[in-house]
Design a protein around this ligand. Structure first.
Ligand code: NAX
Ligand code: K
Length: 505
């Protein structure tokens, strides 16, 4: 499946299985051919421009040498900077080296200061990277990152951990590619944490391996097809009661904006009625969104309502009491922000959450996730997939671990990396809007898993839509997201409602 993501350990097993029965060097040859094809595609009508190929000490370097030979065969002026290191290179890489030397490929020992390249091919390190990039290799990476031309990374941008998306450190560097062609299977590290910034656009090349032979993936890449079966056109004969009630519970003194943003998110994602149950006395109504019904949290009846609890809620005794009541009830629950912190600090609340039968979704950012697991943020970020899986396991809830490439995880270990969104979401209040959108989908009867997948995807796509219209990423505000999310949702519904078929990812 093209949305499957594999760990390095799995890829090594796939590679070993794939090699059985194939003449030596076949996979490297196929990788080099595919890379050269992609390079030619990226060059387009600039094929007269020289291409710089960086080849490192392992088989990633072998792929690069193969690609260089193919590019030269196609008439491209290909120049290789080959840095083999101390160890002997593999036989396959050696053959690729000989092939490149036999043709018209040019070889250089150091980068010229004034190179005017049409494309750089990064074949320094792939999944065999074992430590931070230093010395000459580091200089090469720094030089490539200072160039303005497109950069095609082979398998993985050199310096990036293919499992986690972290730049391998301490003090490491990684190539910032505009495009990555990745072999045998896609990798989670290309899609989360630093991965999106370094990998650019990712193409998967199976090298002739039958997808049916592949193992179960560690995670999948998100797409609208994962929740598309729940998108439905609205019936004419329906009313506000048909689309559920959402109540946002939060808004302690001085923090009233957060629940209002969540409420606007819920309203624009189609909830029938949206209440804001404030801990603070607060305003009587929201003048920007007078459709919202503002109430006092104390004494507010949770029955029959989907609850979004936590935005701006604080950590008072009242907040704790409301959270305990929500956890003990049977309303679908979206737990965000301060409510996550309270659960992280209380084994009793955690036990209540884990014991719930009704749908529960948690939306921690890395710091809230760290509090929940009793770890530091850097430990969470060092392996976001593992952290999200652990949170889902401990809470028995569906978890959206936010950040670049949000991870959606559920207690049985199923995980999806959300592909939408951009840096514009790194702004105060965007998480509140996500919570509101997810609450609205729960209120419309979506199961927790699909509601989480849908909310993460729609929220990110809303930000992408805003950027496409010049609104962000710089200066995008959370208050602009709800209307954009509404547009995305209606587009998705229109796509499934037309005869042309299911939504595209
Ligand atoms: N074996 C196969 O079946 C295939 C492998 N392929 C390519 O081979 C790559 C994996 O090859 P390798 O396992 O040789 O790994 P790499 O090519 O990623 O590099 C490993 C080599 O680099 C050295 N090294 C690791 N970190 C270093 C650092 N920071 N500084 C200096 N040297 C360092 C290691 O000692 C080793 O010699 C894949 O990413 C892919 O590009 C493809 O050709 C497809 C098929
Ligand atoms: K690489």
């Amino acid at each position: 499946m093209d949305n499957h993501l594999y760990t390095v350990a799995q890829l090594r097993a796939i590679e070993t299985a794939a090699y059985t029965g194939l003449p030596a060097g076949t996979l490297m040859r196929r990788a080099g051919e595919a890379a050269a094809r992609y390079a030619l595609e990226l060059l387009g009508d600039r094929r007269d421009k020289p291409v710089l190929v960086l080849a490192g000490p392992g088989n990633n370097g072998g792929d690069a040498l193969e690609a260089a030979a193919r590019l030269a065969d196609a008439g491209v002026d290909a120049t290789v900077l080959f840095q083999p290191g101390q160890r002997e290179i593999s036989e396959e890489a050696q053959s690729a080296h000989e092939r490149a030397r036999a043709g018209t490929v040019g070889f250089i020992d150091m980068l010229p200061p004034d190179g005017d390249w049409g494309l750089v091919v990064d074949g320094l390190f792939g999944i065999g990277l074992a430590r931070p990039i230093e010395g000459d290799y580091r200089e090469m990476v720094d030089a490539v990152n200072a160039m303005r031309c497109p950069v095609l990374a082979l398998d993985v941008p050199s310096g990036l951990d293919a499992d986690t998306g972290a730049v391998v450190g301490p003090g490491g560097v990684a190539v910032r590619a505009s495009h990555t062609i990745t072999f045998l299977g896609d990798k989670p590290g290309l899609h989360t944490l630093d991965g999106r910034d370094h990998a650019g656009q990712v193409r998967v090349e199976m090298l002739g391996v039958d997808p049916a032979q592949l193992p179960a993936p560690v995670a999948r890449r998100g797409g609208a097809e994962l929740f598309g079966h729940l998108l439905a056109a609205r019936r004419h004969n329906s009313h506000k009661g048909s689309y559920g009630d959402v109540a946002i519970v939060g808004g302690a003194h001085g923090m009233l904006g957060a629940p209002l943003l969540a409420a606007r998110g819920a309203l624009h994602a189609g909830a029938g009625r949206v209440f804001v149950a404030m801990l603070d006395a607060g305003p009587g109504y929201d003048s920007v969104q007078p459709e919202l019904m503002l109430r006092q949290a104390d004494g507010f009846d949770f029955t029959g309502r989907t609850l979004v609890i936590g935005p701006g809620m604080g950590d008072s005794a009242t907040a704790m009491r409301l959270l305990a009541r929500a956890l003990d009830g049977d309303s679908p629950l979206l737990i965000d922000a301060d409510a996550i912190n309270l659960i992280g600090a209380s084994p009793d609340l955690l036990a209540r959450l884990a014991g719930r039968a009704a749908p529960s979704v948690l939306t921690p950012h890395p710091l809230e996730g760290a509090r929940l697991l009793g770890m530091t943020t850097s430990v969470i970020q060092a392996d976001r997939l593992e952290a999200a899986r652990e949170m889902a396991l401990r809470t028995r809830a569906t978890v959206i671990l936010k950040g670049s490439g949000s991870i959606v995880a559920r207690p049985d270990g199923e995980m999806v990396i959300n592909p939408t969104g951009n840096a514009g979401l790194a702004t105060a209040g965007s998480g509140d809007v996500l919570a509101g959108i997810c609450g609205a989908l729960l209120a419309q009867g979506w199961p927790a898993w699909e509601a989480a997948l849908g909310a993460a995807w729609i929220h990110g796509a809303a930000a992408d839509l805003l950027v496409a219209h010049g609104i962000g990423p710089i200066g995008m505000t959370a208050g602009e997201l709800p209307a954009a999310a509404r547009a995305v949702l209606n587009l998705l519904v229109a796509e499934v409602s037309t005869p042309s078929g299911p939504p595209r990812s």
